[in-house]
Design a binder for this molecule. Structure first.
Ligand SMILES: [Zn+2]
Ligand SMILES: [Zn+2]
Length: 137
């Protein structure tokens, strides 16, 4: 499988990273944990081979969080702005790259919506709601 190069950062910009790895999957995860974690409808994670992340700056601002409730779950974020950043799962089999943290667009299609059974009822309707380019006119 070919490798792809990813670069991203958190919202406040204190943390930035690069990683070159092979993409395995791209999932939107609708599980309750991802919903609570993001405060939104779903997480958007690129799953790749578990290679080390090259932290370009701000590694001291990283804060890990291991959630023991329900499914074992790890998350890493910037302690200043809360932005999600790449992390390796507990079993060290997969690197998760939060797609929203990337500083570039990419052509990788989303494979699946996982844990759809836990998606809130308002989500599908939201996808069909009127679209404004910025704030509503
Ligand atoms: Zn930040
Ligand atoms: Zn999830």
């Amino acid at each position: 499988m070919s490798t792809s190069r990813f670069s991203g950062s958190c919202l406040c910009g204190r943390v930035a990273y690069e990683v070159t790895t092979s993409v395995k999957r791209f999932y939107f995860c609708h599980c309750t944990q991802c919903r609570k974690l993001t405060g939104s409808a779903h997480a958007a994670n690129i799953l790749t081979d578990p290679v080390p992340v090259r932290w370009l700056r701000g590694e001291q601002h990283l804060k890990p969080y291991d959630d023991e409730g329900g499914r074992a779950f790890t998350h890493i974020f910037c302690r200043e702005c809360g932005g999600g950043l790449p992390f390796t799962n507990i079993s060290n089999t997969t690197l998760f790259i939060p797609a929203g943290s990337l500083d570039h667009d990419m052509e990788i299609p989303v494979d699946r919506n996982i844990f759809w059974a836990e998606a809130p009822t308002w989500y599908p309707g939201g996808l069909g709601a009127k679209r404004d380019r910025g704030f509503p006119e």
